[in-house]
Design a binder for this molecule. Structure first.
Ligand code: ARG
Length: 461
């Protein structure tokens, strides 16, 4: 043996310094330390029940691990690069403490199934945190939407004023997206929560292990059914990163809107000062840094998704060292996602709505033109003909520099004799909203019903 490590017995020369640092993962996989210890304790308990590990050895391992956990939590544990990764650092320190019992812990397992177990445990915790934060952000959006179930704003297509909607309705679109994101996370969790341990290096082990028992101890729903697959695939991490990318893309879309709405040219909202920064040269500036960064970070997370897909793509069965590269993209995805969700909920709670600006924007873009067309259809005109009639009325109003609702009845009647006094009910933004009174529509009554439905679904924090 040249080194202080566990596998150098067959080598003729020590590993070069450069290779040592190049292949080590302890700098980034040490964050799985608690999961590694949890997995080892369950493995040891299972080995003991299978009569592979004595009661004394199990007790020593439990005692030693409890001490290590304390050292790790208090920052006293010294991580050594020459011990390569989190697994060997912990095993070595355990053995230093308790002797031979520590050396028996690795019976019937390999770092290959060990690391796969650790990642799944770690990711399971991250998914649970993500789901809580997704729900809190949905609640924050509902809090903002509730007082604005009837606040008119322009709805856009092609970023051109299209039809009036309510601000509450607009926000609820994002609640829907985030609710699906939560569903995706929970669905992904089912496949994350299966136990690879027992696959050993790739082919299983000669010891009489009880994988269902280990799974039960660790709170896994099931065990991976094929040892080669168990140690090698990282599809569960890819799935999570895909679901995380969708969250980030949804928040990037919302960020783009917040940035636009906060621009003085639009002026629909204000974002609390604590989420903005000033300019070092232009004293008047207040920049929406947080939404801009979220928009930027969405690229970072989707980049990680691509990295993980490419990492997996050409790997033959079973485990290859390539898989060590799964951790940094995955961990950075988790960190970015969790930080973003946390700050976003706070930020939504610091938004001021400028309802007057929203309403005057609605009055500027002929947003009720479709309502006039629908009105004429209800009076018996075919839709294509009424579309044409309204287009001519819009052109007229545009030249006159006013909104459709500002045209006198005699003028409107020049475009169609079917138009009567009651037309003004549909030409106002409020009239337009009120008529879209069906499931999924923007009528304030519908928006209120949706808010109530979401509140019931989300409950209290
Ligand atoms: N640090 C390794 C990883 O992250 C642990 C598994 C190493 N296994 C091996 N046979 N070298 O994947």
């Amino acid at each position: 043996m040249h080194e202080n490590n566990t596998w150098s017995g067959r080598f003729n020369e020590p590993v070069s310094e450069l290779v040592k640092t190049y292949t080590a993962s302890v700098s980034f996989d040490q964050r799985m330390a608690e999961c590694d210890i949890q997995g080892s304790l369950a493995h040891a308990q299972m080995l003991n029940r299978a009569k592979v590990l004595s009661d004394e050895d199990l007790a020593a391992i439990q005692q030693g691990m409890a001490e290590l956990l304390n050292d790790i939590r208090s920052g006293q544990f010294e991580w050594r690069v020459d011990l390569e990764d989190v697994h060997m650092n912990i095993e070595k320190r355990l053995t230093d403490k308790i002797g031979d019992a520590g050396k028996r812990l690795h019976t019937g397992r390999s770092r290959n199934d060990q690391v796969a177990t650790d990642i799944r445990l770690y990711l399971r915790g991250a998914i649970d945190t993500t789901c809580q934060l997704l729900r809190d952000l949905q609640r924050a959006l509902l809090e903002l939407a509730a007082p604005h179930a009837a606040t008119v704003m322009p709805g856009f297509t092609h970023l051109q004023v299209a039809q009036p909607v309510t601000f509450g309705h607009h926000l609820l679109a994002y609640v829907e997206m985030l609710a699906r994101d939560e569903e995706r996370m929970l669905d992904c969790r089912k496949r994350v929560n299966r136990l690879p341990l027992g696959a050993a290096a790739l082919a299983g082990t000669t010891f009489p292990i009880d994988r269902q028992y280990t799974a039960q101890l660790l709170g896994f729903d099931d065990v991976c059914q094929n040892s080669l697959d168990a140690v090698s695939d990282r599809d569960f991490a890819i799935e999570f990163t895909a679901a995380a990318s969708l969250v980030m893309v949804h928040l990037s879309r919302l960020s783009e809107e917040l940035i636009l709405w906060m621009s003085p040219r639009v002026g629909f909202i204000d974002i609390a000062d604590r989420f903005c920064t000033g300019s070092s040269i232009m004293p008047q500036k207040k920049n929406p840094d947080v939404p801009e960064l979220v928009r930027g970070k969405s690229g970072r997370v989707t980049g990680h998704l691509l990295a993980l897909l490419m990492l997996m793509k050409s790997q033959p069965l079973a485990y290859n060292k390539d898989n060590q590269e799964d951790k940094e993209p995955l961990f950075d995805t988790i960190d970015t996602l969790i930080d973003t969700l946390r700050i976003y909920a706070d930020m939504m709670r610091g938004i001021t709505v400028k309802a007057d600006a929203m309403r005057s924007a609605v009055l500027q873009g002929f947003a009720t033109a479709t309502d006039l067309a629908d009105y004429l259809v209800k009076k018996g005109l075919p839709f294509r003909d009424s579309h044409e009639v309204v287009a001519r009325a819009v052109r007229h109003a545009e030249q006159a520099g006013c909104d459709l609702a500002d045209l006198p009845l005699e003028v409107l009647q020049q475009f169609s004799s079917q138009i009567e006094q009651d037309v003004y009910h549909v030409l106002t933004p409020e009239g337009s909203l009120a008529q879209r009174d069906h499931l999924g529509g923007t009528a304030p009554a519908q928006v209120q019903a949706q808010i109530a439905r979401h509140q019931a679904r989300l409950g209290e924090a």
